[in-house]
Write a protein that binds this ligand. Sequence first.
Ligand SMILES: C[S@@+](CC[C@H](N)C(=O)[O-])C[C@H]1O[C@@H](n2cnc3c(N)ncnc32)[C@H](O)[C@@H]1O
Length: 251
Amino acid sequence: MSADKALNRALWAVMNERFTDAAAEDMWSRPEPAWGLFAVPEQDLGVLGDVDGLDVLELACGTAYFSAWLSRLGARAVAVDLSHEQLVTARRMQAQVGPVFPLLQADGEQVPLPSGRFDLVVSEHGAAQWCDPERWLPEAARLLRPGGRLVFLTNSLVSALCVPAEEGVAGDRLLRGQREAYRVRWPGGGVEFHPSHGDWVRLLTAAGFVITAMHEVYAPPDADDHAFYEIVSKSWSTQWPAEELWVASRP
Ligand SMILES: C[S@@+](CC[C@H](N)C(=O)[O-])C[C@H]1O[C@@H](n2cnc3c(N)ncnc32)[C@H](O)[C@@H]1O
């Protein structure tokens, strides 16, 4: 395993112990799919469509709540993550809250599953942030059937440019160059990827995708600050998009 992946795996063991294990029951128990730090309802964005009967792969699923939500809507979900600890929590939630679906410990850049197995690949703050886009996008294309779709949410480029390296939330100043944001090693954190919009267009196209939408996701007026991901505040995110939600298809 590369040094970057080992670092990220160690980081998510700590994140699981500090935050995500404790938050999992609340996330798994939510009645409807919602996106990102401010839980924007899927029905407001309408990016997934009807998932009933679809084979869905979640790349870098964390505690796999997103797959749980899609399974309840009739999807046949498979959820992949690099972190043993995150998947232990996901397994506990399957027993405690349900439903049960396959969980696989694997690298999102190299998934040990057959080509053309899925109708939809999804990721919410997962592969798009934590995997190299030169590797995970071709892998997502390989795993999709012709006509399959890729839907992923990640931090907005503007938040990646404005968030302090050490501590605290994004402000109203650029703190790093756009080129530096492509691959960032945060002091005391992990290694993340924040390609520019031009990079995403180039990378998605090179992997064989046709881009159908990119939603800039702001915090809804009634949102609260996120309990533990200290990246952006609610007030910042009503002025600038906290996240980007990309939708693409494999012709
Ligand atoms: C933000 S979390 C999970 C997403 C979840 N929807 C959430 O918002 O909590 C990011 C996840 O990416 C996983 N991850 C990091 N690098 C990975 C890789 N190369 N392959 C698969 N998963 C990876 C981490 O283990 C972690 O569980």
